[in-house]
Design a protein around this ligand. Structure first.
Ligand code: 5GP
Length: 193
């Protein structure tokens, strides 16, 4: 496709981004989740090539040297995450629209590179307390991990104005519908089932 659209979803972790992403992928058949590469360990039932491409630090560094990434960040201490250009090309070549679920810094970089073809959303939890209880409810993170994520969340909130739309996730269904209608308008109603 000539027009190479990118939908960006970013949020402090625990803000409900994953639920919104799932809803969008079901609502728009031509929207396709961009599988990132990461050096962190798989959690729970996560699978290589489905949730992430789980790479060793060595392999990740090699890909950086090959300029294989659209963007990459050390999202957490010593843990790298990045969007592979090959992943985006694979989707554009099939007429699919990539949906990127990436951290705030990475999202700002992508938006600066492709301002006209990117639609970006910052998903905000109603409060830091709500964020904390969601992180604990998830039951997959250690106490130390939760504190790291909360500190990072506070910092990331200060960048929310950089994005096209801020979605406050106090009601998941409404947040999903609002995001979907904005995507619908952006991609000219071509992708809705
Ligand atoms: P988690 O470890 O919880 O799966 O993800 C941690 C953070 O890394 C999330 O905010 C997620 O959006 C972000 N992330 C996932 N993939 C990428 C990526 O390719 N690039 C960047 N910059 N961040 C990513």
């Amino acid at each position: 496709m000539d027009f190479k659209p990118i939908i960006l979803i970013t949020a402090p972790s625990g803000a409900g981004k994953t639920s919104i992403t799932k809803y969008l992928l079901e609502a728009f058949p031509n929207l396709s989740f961009s599988i990132s590469a990461t050096t962190r360990q798989p959690r729970g039932s996560e699978q290589h090539g489905v949730d992430y491409y789980f790479l060793s630090a060595h392999d990740f560094q090699e890909k950086i040297a090959e300029n294989a990434f659209l963007e990459w960040e050390m999202v957490y201490e010593g843990k790298y995450y990045g969007t592979l250009l090959s992943e985006l090309d694979r989707m554009w070549n099939k007429g699919l629209v990539p949906l990127l679920d990436i951290d705030v810094k990475g999202a700002i970089h992508v938006q600066q590179k492709f301002p006209a073809s990117t639609l970006s959303f910052f998903i905000e939890a109603p409060s830091l307390e709500a964020l904390e209880s969601r992180l604990r409810g998830r039951g997959t993170d250690s106490e130390e991990n939760i504190q790291t994520r909360l500190n990072k969340a506070q910092y990331e909130m200060s960048f929310k104005q950089h994005f096209n739309h801020i979605i406050i996730n106090d009601n998941l269904e409404e947040a999903c519908k609002k995001t979907a209608s904005l995507i619908d308008a952006f991609i000219n109603k071509k992708l809705r089932k």
